[in-house]
Design a protein. Structure first.
Length: 202
């Protein structure tokens, strides 16, 4: 299910079905710094601050993203994949604190994921992960709430997919009643599907 970022925040904070509800941005980002030529520029995915925690995927080096990173005005930080760390930095131990430029905005690498971590979508293996709330630093003028945000979560043990769907549906309808311009209309339906996770940590 795709929705606005503000709708995701509401569902994340008020739902009773998930132990954690995370999000992935619909914006594809590439590494760029002015007119500099960058060989093999990094592919970047924007994610919510709880993305790695919901997946249960701790970093190999440094730290993962936190909810504090996923707020307006927070420092610009990024998490590197094991592949990016290997190819770009030759697995240098001092990679933490280095800067990568995404559409000229400087992001500091604060963590590296383990070998085998490839996110949740088959065929999409980002080099860098950045906080959703900071993607406006890369696409000036873009409203975060105009971007599609896909959600995934970890169900509580006592909750069925049907119960989760009903819970999200109820919350979303309440949100849309308060902000009718925020979504597709009263007739839309949530669909809960098992994740095809690619979290294969070694």
């Amino acid at each position: 299910m795709s929705c606005r970022y503000d709708a995701y925040l509401r569902l994340r904070d008020e739902n009773q079905a998930f132990s954690g509800l995370a999000a992935i941005g619909g914006l594809n980002i590439m590494e760029r710094r002015g007119r500099d030529k960058i060989d093999h520029p990094a592919e970047v995915q924007s994610v919510s601050g709880n993305f790695f925690d919901v997946l249960g995927a701790p970093p190999l080096l440094g730290r993962g993203l936190t909810p504090a990173d996923d707020t307006a005005g927070s420092p610009l930080v990024a998490i590197a994949s094991f592949r990016f760390w290997s190819n770009r930095y030759n697995r240098a131990a001092d990679v933490l604190g280095r800067t990568v430029y995404l559409n000229d905005a400087p992001f500091t690498i604060v963590g590296v994921m383990p070998r085998g971590f490839a996110g949740i979508y088959k065929g999409a293996d980002p080099d860098l992960y950045i906080p959703l709330a900071r993607q406006s630093e890369i696409r000036k003028g873009d409203s975060l709430n105009s971007a599609n945000t896909s959600m995934f979560g970890r169900l509580k043990r006592s909750v069925s997919p049907g119960q989760a769907q009903a819970n999200l549906q109820s919350l979303a309808q309440r949100f849309l009643a308060e902000q009718p311009a925020a979504g597709p209309g009263p007739g839309f339906q949530f669909r809960i599907e098992p994740a095809s996770a690619r979290v294969e940590l070694e």
